[in-house]
Design a protein around this ligand. Structure first.
Ligand SMILES: NC(=O)c1ccc[n+]([C@@H]2O[C@H](COP(=O)([O-])OP(=O)(O)OC[C@H]3O[C@@H](n4cnc5c(N)ncnc54)[C@H](OP(=O)(O)O)[C@@H]3O)[C@@H](O)[C@H]2O)c1
Length: 279
């Protein structure tokens, strides 16, 4: 990891999981770090852990309590933060939430909520900070998911919000290139975080069987892969061996990938004898 001394890094979702692991790694490399999320208690609990990882005494740290889905609040608070704390050299859009269940058990509100946080959250942060970042360039990493390139059983609300991040990132990659702002997309597989624990509470057996093939990463591994990929200006960052295999399979042999997943779902249905419920 290169030195980030004198650089400023903003991380949404920096109070937990992958975002928190990234915040600690950037702090360890000398960066000034801003973490952004909704729950004040989680922000206050995360801050000392990030400060403890710092490389020098001169580094600055800040927490901003914010719902990334609220565009007016994002505009106001990010403008004020960029003016008072400093323009980001790196923006990591990691805030996200998940809904995992059968489509019959996925209400309209879940789709709205997923799009609001996962997609509009990225859009709101990028548009609020872009005018500042255009002045000297930098990096933006948008956190999507394996579910951003494969639609898997059980993720009717989550997957579209993560697919949307990829479309948006392709557009801003082209538009912000002239301002020397480089875009990356991180697509983590299952990672051992509070989000995964929450998702496991409602995960259908079919989903469990399919995702069981992909292995489990630790948030520190995902954060390290993200930073390395970003430093190499990689557009798609796909951590984990099985995740990379899935990425290649979706690109080159999607029919094979779908039949593999369908067979896992079928086996799980037979085993649990609780097939996908009829409406
Ligand atoms: N864990 C996995 O298996 C996995 C796999 C693929 C992709 N991802 C993606 O990786 C990212 C990080 O997930 P994680 O697993 O590290 O989850 P996590 O530990 O639950 O952390 C999620 C973070 O996002 C914040 N957040 C959620 N909604 C927000 C909102 N509306 N506004 C501002 N902050 C918000 C949370 O804080 P507050 O609740 O306090 O707001 C928290 O800091 C997410 O985008 C997730 O979809 C995770």
């Amino acid at each position: 990891m290169k030195s980030y001394q004198g650089k400023t890094v903003y991380i949404t979702g920096g109070s937990s999981g992958i975002g928190l692991a990234a915040a600690k790694q950037f702090a360890g490399a000398g960066a000034n770090v801003v973490i952004i999320s909704r729950d004040r208690k989680k922000l206050d609990a995360a801050l000392p852990a990030i400060q403890a990882a710092k490389a020098t005494d001169g580094q600055k740290f800040l927490t901003v309590q914010l719902d990334v889905g609220n565009h007016a609040d994002v505009d106001a608070k990010m403008t004020a933060t960029a003016r008072s704390f400093g323009t980001p050299d790196v923006l990591v859009n990691c805030a996200g939430g998940v809904w995992c269940n059968y489509i019959e058990q996925t209400p309209y509100e879940a789709y709205e909520q997923e799009m609001r946080t996962n997609f509009f959250g990225v859009r709101n942060m990028v548009t609020a900070l872009m005018p500042f970042m255009k002045e000297r360039g930098g990096n933006i990493v948008n956190v999507s998911s394996t579910l951003g390139f494969i639609g898997v059983f059980g993720y009717a609300a989550y997957a579209p919000s993560k697919f949307a991040i990829i479309g948006f990132s392709e557009v801003i990659r082209a538009e912000l290139k002239q301002h020397n702002i480089k875009i990356s997309i991180l697509c983590p597989p299952d990672t051992d975080t509070p989000q995964l624990a929450e998702e496991n509470l409602t995960k259908p057996p079919e989903t469990r069987a399919i995702s069981g093939n992909a292995g489990l990463l630790q948030p520190e591994q995902v954060a390290a892969a993200m930073i390395k990929g970003m430093e190499h200006n990689r557009f798609m960052i796909v951590p984990g061996f099985m995740n990379k295999v899935s990425w290649l399979a979706k690109r080159w042999v999607p029919g094979f990938l779908f039949s593999f997943m369908d067979s896992d779902a079928k086996k799980a249905q037979k085993k649990s004898q609780t097939p996908n419920p009829k409406p």
